[in-house]
Design a protein. Structure first.
Length: 614
């Protein structure tokens, strides 16, 4: 959510910032802007509603050269998306400029106090209040930029990642973070600051991940970290693991399609060093030292948002079925507000692709405060949740650029599957022979995902043409297929803007059946080996009311195939692993429908990849 790129070095900053903003477009935004320190007696600021391409058109009118600057893509929180509310924001004396991700919760009271001191505001944003606060503190006590920023942030309540520059300190950038990510790339006589590493890897792999309540003073030749208490902090330089080609489209029209097709590799990567059917073991490194806590837990609570919540629902099914440990799944956004009952020694697992999801991070902090043992399942190395949790596992899916999550979902489900298998084996709730059978079947999942991708594409393209003009869709599934139905419905509405709902198939007759007619497509995930006859009955109930049925069934299935309007066959596997296969056709169906409707698949309206505000 929102994107920051800043540069201080020996190159012309403009092309670095523009390219970096384009790298961050996947995060979701509605306006863009930048400011350059060009050696003149004023800051060159350009802001534009819309895409980065619109900002480029605006800049082309001028010849801009400067070796330091900051850029931003904004996802609106305070004030409508327009040129005025776009970042960067400038101080009243036109000396300071700032970009900001996050929300300043006490901006209203700060704004009122500043207005009484004579400050006038041009925008509706909380960010402009912050730059005026820094200006007021700096001018009142004649402070350096870093001192003014540090004192101002002590008065702020909320979340932020900021970069600030001062016309009168032309070689200095100041950056700071609290609950919103910020990474500093270290090159040869240059530094690049960004919301994540995607704008950085083209120039350097050496980075510093800024921690909460840390500030960075960045010149062309030096990087220094200080605390909010003005204490110098040591640099912890890390190396980015991703390669540049992982954030390129690689010949695909959209990142989403590339990421769908990466899943045989990413699911296999999630298993590497963690599953071995030949030797008969499954283990997560982050779990090994804490396994007794989990097998003796009275309860495990899984928290997540959106797609991560759906993977948690599958995790609930897997852990309870295999390890016989009670599991609850909570919306992270609701968790801390409903005063949950968490006892010391309870296990709370947070699931997040980015590792920066504000609601999930808040839930994790709340659980820690109540004495729970916390575990993180994230994709982004070095992310906030990865650092906050007591232990955890990475899903190793690589950067996911498409806003609608695909490979992160299957990666999360894979990690939860390994976790459930490890707990069950250690606890003895399944036999050794059954454990080995499951491991062998699990190791075959990546190749079976590849089979799905190789065989169902043309049929799904045809079905997409038939469904592209639908206004509503209903997704149904039983047991572990119900979360897959939820995930399929979410994908369709996220990228095609067709209203879709996921329901337990058995619940259809308790309300949704009223909606079914010849204009209502019903997507049924019917791979279940258990309750098969009940699922057949569900199909017949839909057909009796004129509904159009698209069924995801196992290879060789005949009964539902004959009844349904369209049947998509996927390879057979152990029932508990079927979500990893059945979700693939649903991802493709959403993709093809969205493309046919002319939607921006990778950057759907109003959505952000990493939701770093509540």
């Amino acid at each position: 959510m929102c994107g920051i790129v800043a540069y201080n070095g020996t190159k012309n900053a403009l092309p670095v910032i523009i390219k970096g903003l384009k790298r961050l477009e996947y995060r979701g935004y509605d306006s863009a802007g930048l400011v350059l320190q060009s050696g003149e007696d004023e800051l060159k600021i350009y802001k534009k509603k819309g895409k980065v391409a619109e900002l480029e058109k605006l800049i082309q009118e001028d010849s801009l050269v400067g070796s330091m600057g900051i850029g931003h893509t904004r996802w609106a929180t305070h004030g409508k998306p327009n040129d005025v509310n776009a970042h960067p924001h400038i101080s009243g004396n036109r000396r300071l400029s700032l970009v900001h991700n996050g929300i300043i919760e006490n901006y209203a009271s700060l704004k009122l106090a500043l207005e009484k001191l004579g400050h006038q505001f041009e925008s509706d944003t909380d960010t402009e209040v912050l730059i005026h606060l820094i200006e007021e503190i700096q001018g009142r006590d004649n402070l350096s930029l870093i001192e003014a920023v540090r004192i101002a942030l002590a008065k702020v309540v909320g979340a932020y990642a900021i970069v600030v520059m001062d016309l009168e300190e032309p070689d200095v950038l100041v950056a700071a973070r609290k609950s919103s990510p910020l990474v500093i790339g270290i090159g040869e006589n240059e530094f690049i600051v960004a919301s994540d590493s995607t704008p950085i890897i083209e120039y350097t792999k050496k980075v510093v991940y800024l921690k909460d309540d840390q500030l960075a003073v960045i010149t062309k030749s030096n990087l220094q970290l200080i605390s909010m208490e003005n204490q110098k902090m040591p640099l912890s330089i890390q190396e980015i693991e991703m390669e540049l080609d992982r954030i390129e489209k690689g010949g695909y029209d959209y990142f989403m399609m590339k990421e769908i097709h990466e899943q045989p590799v990413t699911v296999r990567d999630s298993m590497l060093g963690r599953v071995n059917a030949r030797e008969g073991w499954a283990r997560l490194g982050g779990l090994n030292d804490h396994i007794n806590r989990l097998i003796n837990a009275n309860r495990i609570t899984l928290v997540g948002c959106g797609t991560s919540w759906h993977s948690a629902l599958i995790g609930e099914y897997l852990i309870e079925k295999l390890a016989r440990i009670p599991v609850e799944v909570e919306y992270a956004s609701e968790f801390r507000y409903r005063n949950p009952v968490i006892n010391e020694g309870d296990i709370v697992m947070a699931i997040s692709q980015s590792g920066e999801t504000a609601d999930t991070m808040a839930a994790l902090k709340s659980a820690k405060d109540m004495g729970a043992f916390t575990y993180g399942i994230v994709n982004v190395v070095g992310s906030s949740i990865a650092r906050l949790a007591d232990a955890g596992s990475y899903i190793h899916a690589g950067p996911e650029i498409g806003v609608a999550s695909t490979k992160a979902f299957t990666g999360q489900v894979s990690i939860l599957t390994i976790l459930a298998l490890q707990l069950a084996h250690r606890k003895g709730t399944i036999s050794e022979s059954r454990f080995r059978e499951l491991l062998l079947a699990f190791e075959q999942i990546p190749s079976k995902i590849q089979t799905v991708l190789d065989t169902v594409g043309e049929k799904i393209k045809y079905i997409a043409k038939e469904l592209k003009d639908a206004n509503n869709a209903l997704y149904l599934g039983r047991g572990k297929s119900f979360p897959v139905a939820l995930e399929g419905a979410l994908k369709l509405k996220e990228i095609s803007y067709i209203h879709a709902e996921g329901y337990p198939a058995a619940e259809m007759k308790h309300g949704p059946i009223a909606l079914i007619d010849e204009n209502m497509p019903i997507i049924l995930i019917a791979t279940n080996q258990d309750a098969y006859e009940k699922i057949v009955s569900n199909v017949q109930e839909v057909k009796a009311r004129g509904g159009v049925v698209i069924a995801i069934v196992a290879e060789g299935e005949k009964t539902i195939t004959e009844i349904a309007d369209y049947a998509i066959h996927i390879p057979e596997t152990e029932s508990i692993f079927s979500p990893l296969l059945s979700v693939i056709p649903l991802q493709l169906l959403s993709y093809y429908i969205a493309v046919l409707r002319g939607c921006d698949v990778d950057q759907p309206r109003n959505l952000a990849k990493s939701v770093t505000v509540e």
